[in-house]
Design a protein around this ligand. Structure first.
Ligand code: AKB
Length: 346
């Protein structure tokens, strides 16, 4: 088992990536070594009972400091954030959580002399003027969403804390992440997850972006591996420590639907684009991740058919063991989510 002197703190541990990252880190470092911090959303039993769990509002700097001292934290994975679609509805909240919350984490990490901080960025740092067909690692970043603006600020803050204080801050620009354990919430790329639950439970999905919308996506297993591989890499090898592009695959909704139909021939999808289409149209269709390959050996394992196979297998398995209740429950959760409700599955 890998070891660290202190413990790891995962903020946003009840979220889509945070929850699976917590499980992966607990498997690697030992359950008692990884503290999961959530805020409003209830944690699953596995998360709460699988190791230390605490409630934390990252906007409260003294609370962040208390948790870091109480649990003897050495490394933070700062996953707490407001995603793009929610951020457009509540831009001030998005700024407060994504920028002020991050500043609190960085400042506490500096004061408490932590060894590393992981700060996720996103393909949302690009705006409509960036090359859409293949967004380069480096270009002028002019996002048009509050979420994207907060992520550009986050990348720059991470760089500043390294240059000025020597704090080792690292980050990845995630594409849309597709997974089956914890639902995403409030993101633009959520449709690429919702479609699987709707396909299994109802045989139909009404999608909130057009069928020709192409965005970069990645399966959760690749996302977790990319995150841990970047954190393991020697700092001296990293030319863009806080902002690596990583790619998995790029696909249109049309392509995704046709791959799902290979498994579920009766599945149908209709399209009712809403305001999230504008966000999707402002993002690149593919990310150039040559720098991640060159600097720390990044290479994705999941293509479209592997991703669809795994998603349908896992969701189908969950529904079998829970007597068809689990998938229905996920669809109900989706319907209750204020943003996802706009794309109500039929
Ligand atoms: C979102 O859709 O907001 C996120 C992201 C791409 O950062 N999934």
């Amino acid at each position: 088992m890998a070891s660290l002197e202190g413990r790891i703190l995962v903020t946003g541990a009840v979220g889509q990536i945070g929850s699976e990252l917590t499980h992966a880190l607990r498997a690697r470092y030992g359950a008692s070594q990884v503290v999961a911090a959530g805020h409003i959303k209830e944690p699953s039993a596995a998360l709460r009972e699988g190791g230390p769990f605490t409630t934390l509002d990252v906007r409260d700097m003294s609370a962040v400091q208390r948790v870091v001292e109480q649990y003897d934290i050495e490394v933070i994975y700062h996953m707490a954030a407001i995603l793009s679609a929610s951020g457009e509805k509540q831009p001030l909240l998005a700024w407060d959580v994504n920028v002020n919350g991050l500043l609190n984490v960085l400042e506490v990490a500096r004061l408490e002399r932590l060894s590393k901080v992981f700060v996720p960025s996103s393909m949302a740092v690009y705006g409509p003027d960036a090359p859409r067909e293949l967004a380069p690692q480096r270009c002028v970043l002019q996002p048009t969403t509050m979420y994207g603006i907060s992520k550009v600020a986050g990348e720059a803050m991470g760089d500043l804390y390294w240059r000025r204080f020597g704090l080792d801050v690292r980050g990845i620009r995630y594409p849309g992440v597709v997974s089956h354990q914890t639902l995403p919430g409030g993101g633009t790329t959520d449709y690429a997850v919702e479609v699987f639950y709707a396909a299994e439970a109802c045989g139909h999905y009404q999608c909130f972006v057009r069928e020709d919308t192409v965005l970069p996506m990645m399966y959760m297993e690749d996302c977790l591996r990319a995150t841990m591989e970047l954190m393991d890499a020697p700092r001296s090898a990293l030319r863009y420590p806080t902002s690596y592009n990583v790619s998995g695959l790029s696909l249109s909704m049309e392509e995704l639907v046709s791959e799902i139909k290979q498994h579920l021939p009766g599945f149908s999808c209709s399209y009712a684009p809403d305001e999230r289409q504008l966000i999707a149209d402002s993002w690149p269709q593919r990310l150039d991740d040559a720098a991640a390959l060159a600097d720390w050996g990044w290479s994705p394992a999941f293509g479209l058919s592997e991703l669809v196979d795994e998603m349908l297998k896992e969701i189908c398995f969950a529904s079998e063991i829970a007597d068809c209740g689990a998938v229905g429950q996920k669809v109900e959760d989706l319907m209750q989510h204020p943003v996802a409700a706009l794309a109500a599955t039929r």
